[in-house]
Design a protein around this ligand. Structure first.
Ligand SMILES: [Fe+2]
Length: 317
């Protein structure tokens, strides 16, 4: 049977947004936010059935430069609806990783959104794409970071201020991206509030979506309401090529004590680096990799819908 309900949902791209997609910050309009899948009831049921090891429960401080205030917590035995209430009244951030691309009820919406992006830009050829669902408090924020994949943030509920900065110094140090690819650090990057005047800034309302260039640093400050959004993380031939070069530079630096200068993706040097990355990745596949614990995974609070910020700190051990 054909799903005619889903045909009501679409996105609208201007000429400019099609042309600038993935090259400059772009904002488009859509109506996926009106889909019942993003109602409290549907999201609560999703939280109850989604694998718990694919859900992150976090909180953070008020200072946008204080990355260390980001920390993880424990949902205990609370139901999906109780957790949503805690987010609505507290200062929390829930990430349902892979919800859009693995849950049978959300997968058709994920596919429709991906189709929209491909239709808007026929040169956009995703190799793989994953998408989660973020549910966050009216006063939550996400600190400045740079994602290794191409990204598009589809906003569904609440209002959030989105800022993205040029993918170049001083806003972004490519050595940091290199370190992320080598799993030496998280995607967080240092932030200076003075940079805000150089940022592309937009208040995302329900029914808007933002895209920005690969590795573009960005940060988010929620403004009001329970926020729900869908971040797509997409691997493309372009992101793969760029990351292969950065990864190879990291191998040269880490294993051969050589300081690479070029991040070019074309030419003989780039080809050699792509081969080096392939060789190292093959070695990792065959012999395994040292497992490094991800920072901030230790749970330092318990979610409590009755507490002022929606959680109670655990006593330090
Ligand atoms: Fe991001």
């Amino acid at each position: 049977m054909r799903d005619t309900y889903l045909q009501q949902f679409a996105s609208r791209w201007s000429e400019d947004s099609r042309r600038n997609f993935r090259k400059q910050p772009v904002v488009i309009r859509h109506n996926y936010n009106e889909h019942h899948a993003f109602s409290d009831m549907a999201l609560a049921a999703l939280i109850d059935r989604h694998p718990r090891d694919l859900i992150d429960f976090c909180t953070m401080g008020d200072d946008a430069t204080d990355h260390d205030s980001w920390r993880a917590g424990d949902p205990g035995a609370l139901t999906g609806m109780e957790l949503i209430e805690a987010v609505r009244n507290g200062k929390l951030w829930i990430n349902l990783r892979h919800a859009m691309d693995t849950d049978p009820q959300y997968r058709p919406i994920y596919e429709a959104m991906l189709r929209d992006m491909k239709k808007a830009d026929p040169s956009f050829k995703p190799l793989s794409a994953e998408a989660g669902i973020l549910i966050s408090s009216p006063r939550a924020q996400v600190f400045l970071h740079s994602d290794v994949s191409e990204t598009m943030l589809w906003h569904m509920r609440g209002i959030k201020r989105f800022r993205t900065y040029p993918a170049q110094a001083p806003y972004l140090n490519l050595d940091d991206v290199e370190a992320v690819l080598h799993k030496d650090k998280t995607e967080d990057i240092p932030y200076d509030p003075a940079w805000d005047s150089d940022a592309f800034t937009v208040d995302l309302h329900p029914g808007m979506a933002a895209n920005w260039p690969l590795h573009g640093p960005h940060r988010i400050e929620n403004q009001s309401g329970l926020n729900v959004s869908v971040p797509f993380e997409i691997s493309t031939p372009q992101s793969r090529a760029k990351n292969a070069i950065l990864y190879a530079n990291g191998v040269l630096r880490r294993q051969f004590g050589y300081t690479p200068k070029s991040v070019e993706t074309e030419g003989l040097g780039a080809f050699a680096k792509q081969m080096l990355t392939l060789a190292v990745k093959l070695k990792v596949k065959l012999f395994g990799e040292r497992v490094r614990p991800m920072p901030k995974s230790e749970r330092t609070f318990d979610i409590d819908p009755d507490a002022p910020d929606g959680f109670v700190d655990r006593a330090a051990a």
